[in-house]
Write a protein that binds this ligand. Sequence first.
Ligand code: NAD
Length: 529
Amino acid sequence: MATVEAPVRPRTSLHSGPFVTEAFYDFRIEENARKMRAAITKVRAQLGREYDLIIGGKRVKTTDKIKSLNPAKPSEIVGIHQKAGKEHVEPAMKAALEAFESWSRTTVEEHAGLLFRVGDLMRSRKMEYMAWLVFEVSKNWAEADADISETIDFCEFYAREALRLAKAQTPIQLPGEHDTLHYIPLGVGAVIPPWNFPCAIMAGMTLASIVSGNTVILKPSSDSPTIAAKFAELLEEAGMPEGVVNFCPGAGASFGDAVVAHPKTRYIAFTGSREVGLHINKVAATQGPGQIWIKRTILEMGGKDAIIVDADADIDSAVEGVAQAAFGFQGQKCSACSRAIVDERIYDKFLELLKARVEKIQVGDPAENANMGAVINEGSMKTILGYIEQGRKDGRVITGGERVEGEGYFIQPTVIADVAPKSKLEQEEIFGPVLAVIKARGFDHALEIANDTEFGLTGAVYTSSRDKIDRAVRDFQVGNLYINRKCTGAMVGAHPFGGFNMSGTDSKSGGPDYLYLFTQAKAVGEKIR
Ligand code: NAD
């Protein structure tokens, strides 16, 4: 008999033993689908609620509001949020600094214990959190599952990592000394996430911060503040002391900018676009009045990710991987495949198979679990449609190319063939369901095209040649490379995630180096008396 949950990997024990990633639901099992529909109904009844800023544990209201809308049905308000302005920076900083005094001195076991409890609580109501993502950012059920599962993985993984880091030792002991190494917290961090992994990235940067003993001003994206409010409530429920995370939705250009510039901000953990990341880097580099440190910036930015399909590849598996990586969550992943670079010997066959596969993708309401939901907002829809128009000049639209009629921001999955290297469509991040297909003369040419952008986030190669795999490992300049599989779907622990060049500061979330970015090492050499 089918079980209710079909784990991808069985979990042996919580919080101890080897780390195991969270199991995904199998929605072909009717019982799982029924439960998800029930979670959607439950969350639908809570849409439109108002949420407050949380500063030092106190609820704060503002005159200006942010309305979070359902992209699949923009007349539906998901949540109404207060809008922090410049006047809220000082109170939020004061609360975070005060909380830092005690939280930074709290034991690592307590820090880790908080994350374990958050993960346990989230696991116990997993489908409810998934349903919020369905409404707030138009994720289908599997995409929502991946986002919440990754959040739970971050709770488990970073808690274990903090416990591991607390046991760090100096490589050697000098004779006559007791030499120790302590990874201590940095101070108050500004956590500034995007909307596209509105739970996992928002929570991941926050959890890494607090498990390391820092305190946080959390400014979620204005497109996804509701899931962040739910996470802030969860932190409180799990017993987080007041002021450790100060929840402040607000405009990036005013509140966000002012928090970055504040002289008491010790570091900025940001994930988002290249433009905003570079701006934050510049603002953070300026020493403010009374500022006594160089602000650390952890900046994870955009991508123009490519999948290379070699002449000797398993073409069916390459078509499937490209289709999933290009159109999963409407192509709005930093890791999404936006360029398929295909050997000329199989190019026509690949296009024929890809067109047939993409035309099976059904666009519609993610509450009904359509394959592809709506893009995030009206502005984004217009930008994407603008790129499609550009694509008609830079190449040949072989499928899609239009907005889907109706209230929501739906766009057809679009494949543009014969795109030339260096064209606008081939170089710029579109962040929508648009795939450029580029013809390559051979593997070397394909690698050259793949590397010829300013980004370097993810990439994949489909080939049956060991030699070509080795060359890709050596020469494909991306932070996350995949062989004979799609370039999306990084798993915590197995695929530490983050890119090169204009894709970011080479930080690797979900990896063994990540917490070093949120700490500073203090080495103590004590003479033995
Ligand atoms: P965005 O840059 O528009 O916004 C990101 C965050 O920055 C938001 O919270 C926004 O309010 C804030 N912000 C805007 N201006 C600011 C300012 N002047 N000062 C401080 N904060 C400011 O990005 P987005 O549209 O939310 O997300 C999409 C982008 O994120 C894409 O480029 C995508 O590739 C990237 N991304 C990268 C990764 C990665 O791991 N490298 C992961 C997910 C998304």
